[in-house]
Design a protein around this ligand. Structure first.
Ligand SMILES: *Cc1c(COP(=O)(O)O)cnc(C)c1O
Length: 402
């Protein structure tokens, strides 16, 4: 058997991540590999930390990318902050809250679940009740942007509640970073993790994290070391920490970090305010097109994520067939529903580099064509005009207090 080089098909990625990666980021990744302790690399690491502080809107010194995907960022927060016996209030309104619960249990912690309907925001009233009835809880954990359902929760409000009852917060910001307002310092979030392949539009494989001084203090005072050697922040910081001498902890994914640096430079050039406004603008255009076609968004308007659009699959339409046809004929990837939402919704991502006018029109045209071909009950010939009407207006600035 002869093995040849792999050339992936050219896709348009409008699912739950990865999103399309900018050619600038791919080009950065192809530059020569250097040593992970090379002085030039150490300079790059410092820039990445500063750019991540900008992206997270924080002054936290402990802000860096974990050398593994978003799930490892999640695990980093839990293994470092949760000690055996610790009670953690975990909000679940989709797939990722369930993974938080798993993490708490594997750390020997005791999860107290606050369950909400999938497709809705976390209910602050239920959270406050849980905080009140569990005065010994130490941490509140929640997902800011639930990618599995397209729902956004009020991170500022949940953080205020946690602090009122003396809890730290662990926040999943994998899909929110670089897509919607995320103000780590203003909102006083304590341990926040994200991913590179969603709204940062970098390649998958890194997890930016940031920890408040309160969280750092707790990590320093742990009674026993974290059970994960690789993710133990007290050890990782010998490589990423401070401005001084770097010592080997693990070999950093050098070229992937070039890619992250480039994607953060792109974000910084555009500025966060305009990035948030762009996501909202193209979301509005996509929504107008989908609704003109007679399709419905699954999440109530004020709880919707602009970068992750959950669309109800019309009665009698074959979910798998539609996605296969979009991929086969248009090379367009959209996401399936997960868990309780499987077969009920499609997830159309407008994340980072993917979030532009061309893709909104392309996706609406492709979806209408495929649904027409399958004789789905939709309205024809209206979607593109409806999207165009929104696209012709200027993007509106985003209120970052929402
Ligand atoms: C994608 C995602 C993760 C997991 O990230 P991976 O990079 O796939 O490990 C965690 N939480 C949320 C909300 C996500 O969207």
């Amino acid at each position: 058997m002869k093995f040849r080089s792999f050339y992936p098909p050219q896709r348009t990625l409008m699912g739950p991540g990865p999103s399309d990666v900018s050619p600038r980021v791919l080009a950065a990744m192809a530059r020569p590999t250097i040593g992970h302790l090379d002085p030039a690399f150490v300079t790059l690491m410092e820039e990445i930390k500063a750019l991540l502080q900008y992206a997270f809107q924080t002054k936290n010194a402990l802000t860096f990318p974990v050398s593994a995907p978003g799930s490892a960022g999640m695990e980093t927060c839990f293994v470092n902050l949760v000690e055996p016996g610790d009670k953690v209030i975990v909000c679940q309104n989709g797939v990722f809250g369930g993974r938080m619960k798993e993490n708490v249990m594997r750390c020997g912690g005791v999860p107290v679940m606050v369950e909400d309907t999938w497709g809705r925001a976390v209910d602050p009233g239920k959270v406050e009740h849980a905080l009140k009835t569990n005065p010994d809880a130490r941490i509140l954990a929640f997902v800011h942007a639930e990618t599995s359902t397209g729902a956004r929760s009020d991170a500022k409000l949940l953080s205020d509640l946690a602090h009122k009852y003396g809890c730290l917060t662990i926040v999943d910001a994998v899909t929110s970073l670089g897509g919607i307002p995320l103000l780590v310092d203003d909102w006083q979030l304590d341990a926040v993790y994200s991913g590179t392949q969603k709204c940062l539009s970098c390649v998958p494989g890194l997890s930016p994290v940031t920890f408040s001084t309160r969280a750092q203090e707790i990590i320093r005072q742990r009674k026993r070391p974290a059970q994960s050697w690789f993710l133990d922040l007290n050890l990782v910081m010998s490589y990423w920490g401070g401005d001084g001498k770097r010592t080997y902890h693990h070999t950093a994914p050098v070229n992937t970090l070039y890619a992250l640096h480039e994607s953060l430079v792109i974000l910084h050039e555009e500025t966060l305010g305009l990035v948030w406004a762009r996501h909202l603008h193209y979301h509005r255009a996509l929504r107008a097109g989908l609704e003109a076609m007679g399709l419905e968004l699954a999440v109530p308007e004020d709880e919707r994520l602009p970068q992750m659009n959950a669309v109800r699959i019309p009665e009698g339409v074959d979910d798998v067939l539609v996605r296969a046809q979009l991929l086969g004929e248009y090379s367009l990837e959209i996401g399936a529903g997960l868990g309780a939402m499987a077969g009920k919704i499609w997830r159309i991502g407008l994340m980072g580099h993917t979030c532009n006018a061309r893709n909104v029109l392309f996706c609406l045209g492709a979806l209408e064509d495929v649904l027409t071909d399958l004789r789905a009950p939709i309205r024809h010939g209206r979607a593109l005009a409806a999207a165009r009407a929104v696209l012709s207006a200027a993007p509106q600035p985003v209120d970052d207090e929402e």
